[in-house]
Write a protein that binds this ligand. Sequence first.
Ligand SMILES: [Zn+2]
Length: 326
Amino acid sequence: MRRWLPALIALGLAGCAAKSAVETVPPPRAYAHGIGGATFLIGGTFPPGRLPDGNSLILYGPGGALLIDSGRHAEHLTLIRQGFSGIGMTPVAIINTHWHLDHVSGNPALKAAFPDIKVYGTSAIDGALTGFLAKSAEASRKALAEGAIPAAAVPAVEGDLATIARGAELRPDVVVDESRDTAIAGRPLSLRVARNAVTERDLWIYDAAERRAIVGDLVTVPVPFLDTACPEGWLKALDEVAASGAEQVVPGHGPIMPIADFAIWRRAFVDFIACARGTGALEGCSAGWLTGAAKWIADDTPRARAMADYYGELIRSGKLDGYCRA
Ligand SMILES: [Zn+2]
């Protein structure tokens, strides 16, 4: 397993390797359950040994339906499509919170099925296609050629390679590099751009009518996914979410949080970053995270600890500092 760990790390999936090398079948889940305000959640999953899908949301308004994030696996895309047909609506737009493959991989298939779809996102994917994603594709191809990827994980790795090969199709039709209020599908939404946070530019959405912040991977469980992050920019973005007036936060991975829970998660994140930037033992930082975010980790503790150890080291080593200069 050690030999193919670099490929998984390059794909942003170090934590997968920490627990299991087997791509397992995800548990069944309900599709597109309503969360109020003409909004449906298609919950992402991250079972041990499987690459994650981020949460997706379907919102609808007078002008049709819009999707926030399109997942990675075909199964997740099926749930999204069932969600659209369930409400009897055609999607007119996709908003991508960021370019990680567990949030954008459904874009090409949806655009093929619904040619009028407009994709909203930041331009950060341009740098990712020539940088992080190109490098991770190279590492994956090498690992595949060497037979270093377990057979069960090969389809998922090949799926990501196919998505990266169609990278140009992941780029937004409407580039949103500055925060602005707009209406999409007739829904008034505030698009907020965070610089140098989870990626070089992340988009999060404030739905003022519902007092709901849809924040992508600015909030994730069982750990913050820091692979392409600037920790300090991320802290700043969380300050902005906290100041938005939101009463509810929809994370990129994990359950919806009332604002009090978001405050607990944010405190644990602030402490984890401060600890990893400090000089004490990194195991103590991981232990602090496991305690602070305990309510979202439960029986996933061994994997969360392994991932926290990995990300703590990534911060401590200075390897993420380049993402703060982008
Ligand atoms: Zn994600």
